[in-house]
Design a protein around this ligand. Structure first.
Ligand code: FES
Length: 151
């Protein structure tokens, strides 16, 4: 349901008229995080293929069709490069941009331990229940990719 809160309207507009990204007025800190999300969406980091990657994995959100393909390159159990390709809403694409930055130089063991709260912390903004699937698409793609690659 679309909010009548004028502060929320701005956020909703940015996020492609998909409602309830956040509800209510944003705190000053959340405003900064919102700007950061939009920046990752408009200028995504690591949006490319990695040729000769250790594994890649594609996943999508069946509800909306948004998709992410992750490319991971490892060396001696460490992630030395991470990149993605994809299409979709600001939250799904910004999360993938942030996650690929975040996991570089992590061990695979550390990456396996990542959970939803790590993604929510990277985003730094209240995400509604409906949008949490958008936020977690990249994490699901990573975890299934690691599992499938049997690493
Ligand atoms: Fe599809 Fe966000 S609307 S993942």
């Amino acid at each position: 349901m679309k909010s009548n809160n004028p502060e929320a309207t701005l956020v909703e507009t940015y996020f492609e008229n998909k409602y309830e990204i956040v509800s209510g007025k944003l705190s000053e800190e959340e405003e900064l995080y919102k700007e950061n999300i939009l920046d990752h969406y408009k200028n995504p980091h690591n949006k490319r293929k990695i040729s000769h990657c250790t594994f890649n994995h594609k996943d999508f959100n069946p509800l909306c069709g948004d998709e992410i393909t992750l490319f991971i390159k490892t060396e001696q159990g460490k992630i030395i490069d991470a990149a993605f390709e994809g299409n979709g809403c600001a939250i799904s694409q910004a999360s993938a941009s942030m996650l690929t930055d975040h996991i570089k130089k992590m061990s695979l063991e550390q990456a396996k331990q990542l959970g939803p709260w790590d993604i929510f912390n990277l985003l730094g903004i209240r995400i509604s229940h409906t949008r949490s699937k958008c936020a977690l698409l990249c994490l699901k793609t990573l975890q299934e990719g690691i599992k499938e690659a049997k690493l």
